[in-house]
Design a protein around this ligand. Structure first.
Ligand code: TYD
Length: 137
């Protein structure tokens, strides 16, 4: 099955509310459908800035705006959509084979990514024309 933006959904994580602060959590095999191999986060992004696009051949991920907000443009080669992430308890599933761009970061925002694979430069498609070619195989 070719991956589609229509399978890239936002899930709402558990939230424990407390006067002294709220908490959300992510657990392998409970609320996400893959084993997390790696977590990374992007911070110190200048307000209003965008980060360049790429796709992954095999890696899938969940993305959370743990602080602040940003937009994620998703593109499966046929359809596109933009998802605004602005709540620390919302997680966007980006399937494999989806072109993504992150845009409009608010100042001080933090983008946390939970990935299904270890870092592998060979898994990246950085060029949009190559991505379209990959989707048409
Ligand atoms: P990248 O995934 O391209 O992030 P973005 O599309 O948001 O800019 O990663 C940026 C750079 O960081 C790229 O040169 C690869 C490197 N990198 C690592 O070395 N290890 C990692 O785990 C990740 C995610 C990126």
């Amino acid at each position: 099955m070719k991956s589609s933006i229509f399978h890239c959904n936002v899930i709402e994580l558990n939230k424990i509310n407390n006067r002294a602060g709220n908490m959300s959590f992510v657990e392998n095999a409970k609320n996400i459908p893959f084993d997390i191999k790696r977590v990374y986060y992007i911070y110190d992004v200048p307000g209003g800035s965008d980060r360049g696009g790429h796709a992954h051949k095999n890696l899938e991920q969940y993305v959370i705006a743990v602080s602040g907000a940003f937009d994620v443009l998703l593109d499966d080669g046929t359809n596109k959509k933009i998802v605004r992430l602005d709540r620390p308890y919302m997680a966007l599933h980006i399937q494999k084979g989806i072109w993504r761009e992150t845009r409009n970061f608010t100042s001080g925002s933090v983008c946390m990514v939970m990935a299904s694979e270890e870092y592998n430069i060979e898994d990246y498609i950085d060029d949009y024309a190559q991505f379209i070619h990959f989707k048409q195989r």
